[in-house]
Unconditional design. Structure first.
Length: 655
């Protein structure tokens, strides 16, 4: 295929010391490690599985593609969506080429694209389970098959690979897939009037529309959204026709329709229900489609779901998903800390959703949540060595409880090598390698700078911005704007919620007082050069939860800048972190630790520590005055916990 490739005119290079480390870590450690795992070459232990799937063999993901391509013989191994581990890895690798060209890796990815092309059927279909072992069941059990979800993840990868490398082959695979989907699904009598049990294809088709300008792909994405839930019996009918006992994934048939966001049409869904990752992928798809179709019904649903998640169903770290049962949201303000799920993929998905909402509406609240996910909920999912991962991200953990309480067995207190369901490692990798796409949003004649991650950016109008900072450890941010053609535009800078009321803005060395509009200050630019300095409030803040959140009543959390802190047993002499009591007026020593945990700022908080009762005493006694002694409680950033010795951890502290 003769490529029509045009490189992206906007280019952003991350110069942040904090994030450059992670981007290089993905290239040097994460991508090679994950590649070896998917090729069954790495020695990994995936027996510790938060979903208790009992899978303890290798990934087999590349082998599945080779079998489908006729390059080797065998049966499919793994989940129906096993292919997506490969596709997300390919997408992450593609993004990495934009900041770290690597000929050896490029050879691998080009070969992988060729393998995927060979595995794809002539009609565009590609889902290896159904090609290898279940060819008669294609599109016949969509509640569980993840076929559209799987192809959606390739479409995302193919678009990314095309955008970065110009690969016509990668894009052709994606368009053939999308054409296959458009032929099989829709409102015509001979088409399937349905959708996938796991939203994803909707956002992927919009990405394909953006590079091809093919209206069919946008229309197909819109169809999947408006069709969802119109026939609540759709999945049940397919399951009966396919054979009730022929489940592809055990127990999924028993999940309620709300688990799949399919109990009623989206326009009638008032709250965010069901599997957390499905919810945020659905939301990202709705926002993506609404951006181009201006469908008010979808936009209204985005607002409903956003408000319900952010105001009533989100943890202070940005994690979502309150229960291990179905990896799901439960009900408003049900946010337990020690049995929660908080899947890494759900935090990554919230970052996707926030980014899309920023494209729709210039509101600082979306960028606030994006920031929260980047520095807390998502980043916790990977160890500092890039080779170990969290699927579940608790806010309170104890190794003994995880080992001996079956209700907490999904909560690991050390990151695992890999998982039977390995969606999270590559999902986080692709977020980190594509981080440059999350720093600015362009709308009309405005450039919004909403993330304080040091970078050098070049825009289509020849404007360049050099943002300098040591964020998140320092709140001093410098913007150097070069505008050689004296273009007139507005430059919007977010004032984070955590710094409202205490920040300082200077333009060309002069203090400026500008009113805040939906979380942003707007500065007119019409000069060839301009410098803007922003000083944010980096004081330590003691945070209280709504008293509707029972789990956090009479507790406080600690935040500095965007970073949520936690107490870890490694820094404190006991696993009984609940013995510490902290006053909101406590003294705090802020200390830079350049050699600790790849360089962090720690907090030493004055506290009172209860005396531990004697193990031989009666466990229940009349209340007497508590015996406490002055103590120091050391806190580290939440994202960095479980990188040293295994031990207890707690975010919410007793007041």
């Amino acid at each position: 295929m003769q490529t029509l490739f045009k490189p992206k005119l906007n280019h952003v290079d991350i110069t942040s010391k904090f994030w450059s480390h992670y981007q290089q870590l993905v290239v040097k450690e994460v991508l090679p490690y994950q590649w070896s795992v998917m090729n069954d070459e790495a020695s990994v232990d995936i027996s510790e599985d938060p979903q208790n799937n009992g899978i303890n063999k290798n990934s087999h993901a590349i082998a599945n593609l080779k079998i489908a391509a006729g390059q080797q013989k065998g049966h499919h191994y793994g989940f129906p969506f096993q292919d997506t581990d490969v596709y997300k890895w390919l997408e992450a690798a593609a993004y990495s080429f934009s900041y770290q060209p690597n000929n050896d890796l490029k050879t691998i990815t080009d070969t992988l694209v060729s393998l995927i092309a060979d595995a794809q059927e002539d009609n565009g279909y590609l889902s290896t389970l159904f090609q290898i072992d279940e060819p008669q069941r294609k599109f016949k059990r969509l509640q569980q098959s993840h076929e559209l979800y799987t192809m959606g993840h390739y479409i995302e990868a193919g678009v990314a690979y095309y955008q970065v490398t110009g690969s016509g082959k990668a894009l052709t695979i994606a368009t053939k897939m999308a054409d296959c989907i458009c032929r099989n699904f829709g409102a015509d009598p001979d088409q399937i009037h349905g959708y996938d049990g796991h939203p994803e294809i909707e956002l992927a088709l919009v990405k394909l529309y953006e590079v091809t300008n093919d209206q069919r792909y946008l229309d197909m994405a819109h169809y999947f959204l408006v069709e969802r839930g119109t026939d609540p019996d759709f999945f049940d009918k397919q399951n009966i026709a396919d054979g009730l006992e022929r489940d592809l994934i055990p127990n999924m048939r028993d999940m309620p329709r709300t688990y799949y966001q399919a109990d009623k049409p989206i326009k009638d869904q008032q709250t965010a229900e069901g599997h957390a990752v499905r919810v945020v992928y659905l939301c990202t798809g709705m926002a993506s489609v609404a951006l181009y179709t201006h469908d008010q019904t979808l936009l209204d649903a985005c607002h409903r779901f956003w408000n319900d998640i952010v105001k009533r169903r989100m943890y202070i770290t940005g994690n979502i998903g309150s229960t291990t049962t179905g990896e799901s949201l439960t009900y408003d303000y049900d946010l337990p800390n020690d049995t929660m799920y908080g899947e890494t993929c759900a935090s990554v998905g919230m970052a996707f959703f926030a980014k899309k909402m920023l494209q729709l509406e210039s509101k600082g609240e979306y960028a606030d949540i994006l920031e929260k996910e980047l520095f807390n909920g998502s980043l916790s999912g990977m160890s500092l060595d890039g080779k170990h991962f969290f699927y579940v991200n608790p806010l309170e953990a104890d190794p003994k409880a995880s080992a001996l309480n079956p209700g907490k067995s999904h909560v690991l207190t050390h990151r695992a090598d890999w998982f039977g369901c390995a969606c999270c490692p590559a999902n986080l990798a692709r977020l980190i390698t594509s981080l440059s796409d999350y720093l600015y949003t362009e709308k009309d004649n405005t450039i919004l700078a909403h993330q304080f991650i040091a970078n050098k950016a070049a825009f289509n109008n020849k404007v360049s911005i050099n943002q300098k900072s040591d964020f998140p450890w320092s709140g001093d941010v410098l913007f150097e704007i070069t505008n050689p053609e004296n273009c007139e535009f507005r430059f919007g800078i977010r004032i984070p919620q955590w710094s409202l009321g205490n920040y300082q803005l200077s333009i060309n060395g002069h203090l400026a007082s500008i009113s805040i509009d939906d979380g942003f200050v707007y500065i007119p630019v019409n000069e060839s050069k301009m410098t803007i300095t922003l000083s944010l409030d980096m004081s330590v803040k003691f945070m209280a939860a709504s008293n509707r959140i029972v789990a956090d009543q009479n507790k406080i959390a600690v935040q500095r800048g965007p970073v949520i802190y936690c107490a870890e047993e490694a820094d404190n002499h006991t696993s009984q972190l609940g013995l510490y009591h902290v006053s909101p007026k406590a003294n705090v020593l802020v200390k830079k630790e350049p050699t600790l945990l790849n360089g962090v700022t720690t907090l030493d908080v004055s506290a009172q520590e209860e005396e531990l009762t004697n193990a031989d005493d009666n466990p229940y006694q009349p209340l007497t005055s508590e015996k406490t002694i002055p103590a120091n409680l050391r806190l580290i950033p939440y994202y960095a916990w479980a990188n040293r010795t295994e031990g207890a951890m707690r975010v919410w502290l007793n007041r």
